[in-house]
Write a protein that binds this ligand. Structure first.
Ligand code: C2O
Ligand code: CU
Length: 531
């Protein structure tokens, strides 16, 4: 049978039971090549040829002596495409926002000023922070002169559009908005290990368009374990924020929002409800750029900041075999030891910490970071290798001696979360759209639970607060020592993923959701409460 997208969606609608059994469930969809493709937006202005723009340096912000930092969200013009100016919404007016560098043990107090015309919320993704600093979708900074009644209007419009009288009756609690006038401070205790986190907007129903327009940036945590390893630093540590976009004839960002003002009607036009993707890959805000690297070992820290695009990346020299990567860390920390791989998968919101060695290449060689994609967006970044060989020295054999591998024996509760399309435009978890006042689970502080994620489609599932290890993945690698500690995991169509998740440090209300931002905006979120 032909297992096309419609069949899958129909199976998702009609297939009863948690696993939605259908003909498509027989293993036909196990290979990445068979994942349904999203329809990318097409740019309508000239896009520079690959590797003609230099990789920009993203400014770094460090907290002051008392841990304080301030960023202002504002509209700005950015020169993303050479010679054109693009209106963006940016932290400090930048796309991506400044990279924040923090240290384990030194709390950060981040003040955000909202000088935009829309409400915002800033979530530190992968961060361990108290619930009132977690930047949830209802905890908003509203701009000067904004009428809060618009928030309820948008929520009602969203539900009407997503669920037009299909007989579902979803009992909703009153919406517990928390509103801050023009600015607020988030408190991050920085109890966690070194990792590349990121911060981004998380406004209810409008995260997709607001991140697309620029409200995201990288956040590094350093610690002593990392300091003690001989890892490449400074110019040889590259932080790479990958995000696909598309541009209109004037070089403005295209996004199929139902309400381009991003005020009253959430959601995207029908053809894009599976997720919005573009036809230009931006790295640190530049289109398919190039950079020069020395002939030695480098550390690449990758962030998939795309709204919906899955990446599979490899390093391709002009001649000879692909260069291997050594994976040394995943979303929220170092692995116990390096793992050598030929290609890496990176779902939206995932990060990877990689070592690559350019010393075997001749002076002047070019190595491309390529994305295996069926829809043509295959070029990402070029490394032009230059200079004298720097002998890389041995790889560290141990990265984190105290790496804690979670085991089934520690599990005190098991829960299942099924990610599925229901109704017209409704992406649900366990059959329900997001209920802002509800809670689907109440794990106990300090315990480990087994959470099983199942799905009808492709969903990068993200858990706030609780870091996890993958214990079982029907379509992928399950070795926790290869995957490390994570906060986001891809659940492929008809996939089943079990994670062991540990809840530490804070009690209170957090959330899990799909990190395909269009699914998230169309209700694929749920609260849980750590008790
Ligand atoms: Cu990166 Cu709740 O999100
Ligand atoms: Cu999803």
């Amino acid at each position: 049978m032909i297992c096309d997208r419609r069949t899958i969606l129909r199976a998702g609608l009609l297939g009863g039971g948690i696993l939605g059994l259908s003909a498509c469930d027989s293993g036909l969809l196990r290979s990445p090549a068979q994942v349904p493709q999203l329809v990318p937006l097409r740019s309508r202005c000239p896009i520079p040829a690959p590797y003609t723009v230099d990789l920009p340096a993203v400014p770094v912000l460090r907290p002051d002596g008392r841990g304080r930092l301030t960023m202002t969200q504002r509209a700005a013009s950015a020169e993303i495409l050479p010679g054109m100016s693009t209106e963006i919404l940016g932290y400090d007016g930048l796309f991506p926002g400044p990279t924040i560098e923090a240290r384990q043990g030194s709390p950060v107090h981040l003040t955000i000023r909202n000088e935009l015309e829309v409400p915002t919320s800033t979530h530190l993704h992968g961060g361990i922070q108290p619930p009132d600093s977690d930047g949830g979708p209802l905890d908003l900074i509203i701009p000067r002169g904004f009428d809060p009644a618009v928030l309820d209007e948008a929520m009602a419009a969203g539900h009407a559009a997503m669920d037009p009288g299909n007989g579902h009756s979803h009992a909703h609690h009153a919406v517990p908005w928390t509103l801050h006038d023009r600015a607020r401070t988030y408190h991050y205790p920085m109890v966690q290990e070194s990792a590349l986190l990121w911060y981004h907007d998380h406004r209810m129903d409008f995260t997709g368009p607001q991140v697309w327009r620029g409200l995201a940036g990288m956040f590094l945590v350093r610690d002593e374990t990392e300091d003690g390893l001989e890892l490449p630093r400074d110019d040889r540590e590259l932080l790479l924020c990958l995000s696909d976009r598309a541009f209109d004839e004037d070089g403005q960002l295209l996004y199929p929002a139902r309400d381009p003002e991003l005020l009253r009607t959430p959601g995207v036009e029908d053809p894009f409800m599976n997720g919005v993707t573009g036809d230009v890959m931006l790295v640190n805000g530049a289109p398919t750029p190039r950079t020069t690297v020395t002939r030695g070992r480098h550390r690449l820290r990758l962030l998939n900041a795309c709204n919906a695009r899955q990446l599979r990346l490899r390093l391709r020299p002009e001649s000879g075999p692909d260069l291997p990567f050594h994976v040394i860390g995943s979303d929220v920390g170092l692995l116990p030891a390096p793992v050598e791989v030929e290609a890496v998968d990176l779902a939206p919101a995932e990060r990877l910490d990689l070592l690559v060695d350019f010393s075997s290449l001749p002076d002047g060689a070019r190595v491309e970071l390529r994305n295996d994609g069926a829809d043509g967006l295959d070029r990402v970044l070029a490394f032009d290798v230059a200079g004298r060989v720097e002998e890389p020295g041995p790889l560290p054999t141990v990265l984190r001696e105290d790496f804690e591998t979670l085991t089934a024996a520690e599990v005190v509760a098991e829960r299942t979360f099924d990610f599925r399309l229901s109704g017209n435009h409704l992406w649900t978890i366990n059959g329900e759209p997001y209920d802002p006042g509800g809670s689907l689970a109440d794990p106990k502080l300090g315990t480990v639970e087994k959470w099983t994620f199942t799905s009808d489609f492709d969903h990068p599932v993200h858990v706030h607060l609780g870091h996890f290890q993958v214990a079982f993945d029907r379509n992928g690698d399950t070795d926790p020592r290869k995957r490390g500690w994570k906060d986001t995991v891809r659940v492929t169509p008809y996939g089943v993923v079990d994670v062991l998740v540990k809840f530490t440090h804070f009690r209170g209300l957090y959330m899990l959701h799909c990190h395909n931002l269009e699914h998230e905006d169309m209700a694929m979120m749920a609260n849980f409460s750590v008790v």
